[in-house]
Design a protein around this ligand. Sequence first.
Ligand SMILES: C[S@@+](CC[C@H](N)C(=O)[O-])C[C@H]1O[C@@H](n2cnc3c(N)ncnc32)[C@H](O)[C@@H]1O
Length: 279
Amino acid sequence: MNLRDILQRNMDLRPWAEGERVPWDDEAFSARVLEEHLTQENDAASRPAAKIKKHVDWMHRQILRGKPGRILDLGSGPGLYTTRLAKLGHTCTGIDCAPASIDYAVENAPEGCSYQLADIRSAEYGSDYDLVIFIFGAFNLFRPEHVRLILKKALAALKPGGTLLLEISSLDAVDQIGNQPAMWYSAQTGLFSDKPHLCLMETFWDEEQTVATERFFIVDTETGEVTRHAASTQGYDEDQVESLLRETGYGEIDSYPSLTGKPESAGDDFLVVTAKKSA
Ligand SMILES: C[S@@+](CC[C@H](N)C(=O)[O-])C[C@H]1O[C@@H](n2cnc3c(N)ncnc32)[C@H](O)[C@@H]1O
């Protein structure tokens, strides 16, 4: 692509029309995202360690009642939750499509932790889990038909009586993504490129489908070459989440203010929902 393609861009971008998501599974992109996961400066890709510790303590006490269990983490990133859960005596499996994150997770895995580099839409999940977690808004990154598929696969992987734990970006948070003003920045290196570049970002909000779409044009400042990325985020209200869970076979649906069980700081705008596989 070149600069002319930017001038001729689609100004009425529909959800998922120009790509499923940012290239999570690309080697170089995933190496740059890994740095974001590990930084303690912000919570763009993962939370800082102190917050993750509180979430893990809550999952251990509230969801697993302090008893050792088998846990599956969908979109586990570099294993920041699974590592801590394994140290509390749980057996954990993480699945993620980002090669650099999975390499880091494997290198730092304590006893009882294993990982799979795979797309969670097609991965083999294994079975007999007490808990499946799908957190930090990863749920919203998939089209609803893919979410249904993932929920059904998770149900099949749970033990009877096992729990699914979801942390879903709130509808307000997704609305805000879709209604950000267009912006640009220049950088020597950044998430989308190791080379000097401009990043031009604009967003679209589909009110009817409640989907936010972000589009990024990355302009290599030496060659003028343009690369395009687009990602959509599906917004849900609590009723829609409950319907999806019932439709895919779950029961005993509960909600919580956060992954600590208590309201968290402003800006942490998530719905936390648990649902059970019938015993
Ligand atoms: C916001 S990060 C959260 C990571 C981790 N759960 C945490 O909180 O530290 C979302 C993760 O989902 C992963 N992901 C996105 N799409 C995926 C897919 N189709 N299959 C597997 N993993 C995926 C990304 O690679 C990334 O690690």
